[in-house]
Write a protein that binds this ligand. Structure first.
Ligand code: ZN
Length: 418
């Protein structure tokens, strides 16, 4: 259960994050948050110099022995195209793409992933963990942590590392570091690399695979072993290093996605819960039910992440960002029914479980089943009913495809494209 502090959270004067951000965030004397301050580095650092630094860093990894040069974790969305474009076309490396199948795939995600492999002419390794284990873990982590996404996040972050060890390909290239991008946990100049510790503490809510065995008597060794992070000895023996491109390239996901749409026909779809239709189009849950749970647990959802990012890049004002947050954050998930069917739970039992995880700092139980929202956006001036300000063209996101509605169905194993 969440800890209720008497100290009221304070909002950044520039973006919309508050001191309640789960990754930890501080405000300076001017009331500007650490994330906004680190973002300022994007306009002061010498990015040509940083690019040369990246070239030096990858140079020893160019394979002369008939192996791949590096591993790139990908999906049918996020920043996959941009990362592969940078690694293969700009750095001239030969990557092995790896992807963890989260089973909640949309047709567009399957299409984007196949198109990625074909356009860049890359080899790809797909991890399909047996669905019985995935369901068992999801059921347990939903009950205990209020998370339907633990196996997806664990799988996405561990499979590339396991592959690095197994195939002796020590370099893993990731996109941006979330702790740097959102809350300014580090400077770009720290050149932070992938660590077991960050993954456990922040990605996995403090619980690695083996910890689950101690918490849940419903889980067994054969459910969790695929999610086990290699031990330090294995990592050292293989010399595994994970780097983040965001430390060397001026990271701007909107501009990057638009470039990828033009160059490689990356396709996008509009969501009911945010204005950014470029990310997460590969999954029925991430920007849907999983995002509603984020609002329950943290009092804000993905649309706030997107608004903060766009404010920092100067494409939205704070008022425009807030209006977008209020417009989207309470939209009902469209695909919760698919998840109920997949997990074998009823709508009311799922809702009951999720209500247990509402953060008391952000939600008041008025009467049984009646909740009043007290999240970050409600503490800002203006009301949800105020007329929304016009959104400038520079902040416009373009959806190329519709989300499937009538025949929506998880594509468990996608056969590819065309
Ligand atoms: Zn800020």
């Amino acid at each position: 259960m969440s800890f209720v502090s008497a100290v009221a959270p304070q909002a950044c004067k520039r973006c919309l994050y508050t001191t309640d951000h789960p990754l930890g965030l501080t405000l300076d004397a001017e009331g500007i948050c650490s994330g906004c301050r680190i973002h300022e580095e994007k306009d002061t650092l010498d990015w040509e110099l940083r690019w040369r630094r990246l070239e030096e860093l990858v140079q020893p990894h160019r394979s002369r022995a008939g192996n791949y040069d590096c591993i790139v974790p990908v999906s049918g969305a996020n920043d996959s195209y941009f990362i592969v474009h940078t690694v293969k076309e700009r750095l001239g490396l030969n990557p092995l793409l790896v992807t963890y199948n989260k089973y909640f795939n949309t047709p567009l995600g399957i299409r984007n992933l196949a198109n990625l492999r074909i356009r860049f002419n890359c080899d790809i390794l797909v991890q399909n963990v047996n669905p019985v284990s995935v369901r068992a873990i999801t059921r347990a982590s939903l009950r205990q942590f209020g998370s339907i996404y633990w196996p997806c996040i664990a799988g996405q972050t561990v499979f590339p590392v396991q592959t690095a060890v197994r195939y002796r390909i020590p370099l893993i290239v990731w996109g941006a570091h979330q702790g740097l991008e959102q809350v300014g946990m580090f400077s770009h100049e720290h050149e932070v690399q992938m660590t077991r510790r960050y993954r456990k503490d922040h990605d996995l809510m403090g619980h690695e695979a083996d910890d689950l065995l101690g918490i849940f008597d419903t889980l067994r060794e054969d459910h969790i072993w695929q999610y086990r992070y290699p031990d330090d000895q294995e990592l050292h023996a293989a010399g595994v290093t994970g780097i983040y491109l965001g430390n060397y390239v001026r990271w701007d996901p909107k501009a990057q996605h638009e470039q990828m749409m033009k160059l490689y026909d990356y396709r996008t779809a509009s969501s009911s819960r945010t204005f950014d239709c470029y990310d997460h189009v590969d999954c029925y849950n991430f920007i849907d039910l999983h995002d509603q749970i984020k609002l329950y647990k943290h009092g804000y959802s993905k649309v706030t992440d997107h608004a903060c990012r766009e404010i920092r890049h100067g494409r939205l004002t704070r008022v425009q960002g807030l209006a977008l947050v209020r417009k989207y954050e309470h939209a009902s998930p469209r695909f919760a029914g698919l998840f109920q069917e997949w997990l074998g739970v009823t709508a009311s039992s799922l809702q009951f479980l999720l209500d247990q995880h509402r953060n008391p700092r952000c939600w008041d139980a008025a009467e049984p089943g009646q909740w009043v929202f007290r999240g970050a956006s409600t503490r800002e001036p203006g009301a949800e009913t105020d007329a929304a300000p016009a959104i400038p063209a520079r902040a416009h996101f373009q959806a190329t495809d519709p989300w499937p509605t009538d025949n929506a169905k998880y594509i468990v194993i996608g056969k590819g494209y065309p």
